[in-house]
Design a binder for this molecule. Sequence first.
Ligand code: SAM
Length: 293
Amino acid sequence: MIEIDWAEEAGRLRASAEGEGDWNAAVARSLVRDGGKVVADIGCGGGGMAKALAEALPNATVVAVDADPDVLEQAREHTAGLVRCELASMDDGVEPLRRAIDAPADLIWASASVHHAADQQAAVDALASLLAPGGRLALTEGGLPARHLPWDLGVGEPGLELRLDLAQDRWFKVMRDSLPGSVPMPYGWTEALTRAGLTDATTRSVLTETPAPLSPEGTEKLVQQFRTRIARMSGEGHGHGHGHVVPDEEWLEPEDLAVWKQLLDPDGQYYLGRRRDLAVLSVRSIHLGHAPH
Ligand SMILES: C[S@@+](CC[C@H](N)C(=O)[O-])C[C@H]1O[C@@H](n2cnc3c(N)ncnc32)[C@H](O)[C@@H]1O
């Protein structure tokens, strides 16, 4: 049983809104169309994309929506008056979302949020129904697991990062199953957009690369991300806040967990923070559907 406490995540979501400014700005510029009047970011987290959309389309009304008040407060601070922030949940049907956005939308963006809705297809249907004729729904979901570490780290069995990805994949399944009223969606995102009545559903994936060696700040940020992920996978605290983990849930093999502890120990021989061969390679997918004219 996994229950995510989003309020605990609020600080981390704000940090990621601040750290991903360049990615958000580039994607926002590529998505907006001149003349767009109403744009919404659903499950906005720290408000990074909502802010980027407001900057890319200064004459539009941009609405940032989230289901958690503490998260929304971070978005409100980060977007500093550029964006209207509204509390609503995709789990409560279409009306609260309609009231929040308050006008048919030219563009709705939802990144890594629909997969937290109990019924993902119902959430996609609701978002699609809020589009103006010809409006677009952009769902950022999936992509490829990011790569940061060399395959052989000189400690433990090679392939440590791949096994962390697999553990997180098992965690994700339990997280989905733990949502009250969870409904399976045994098909992909373009199919979900098409079933919601949208046309020409397609996917565009964006690759981000920072080659080794990372800057000292980049290295520190990456080490911190691994700390958060390993805390979650070892049932300690609420790493990435993804909440309470039943104590007997074992996500990582004990041997791998012991290696991670060495890699994350600043005083240890194998501390990641001293390596010059860490990198960032990530691919995020944006699935886009169009409302009929
Ligand atoms: C993984 S975060 C993604 C945040 C941001 N969109 C991003 O890409 O960085 C998921 C966000 O969705 C919000 N959320 C979760 N369930 C939701 C729901 N049912 N309705 C609206 N927002 C929800 C959470 O509060 C959180 O801010």
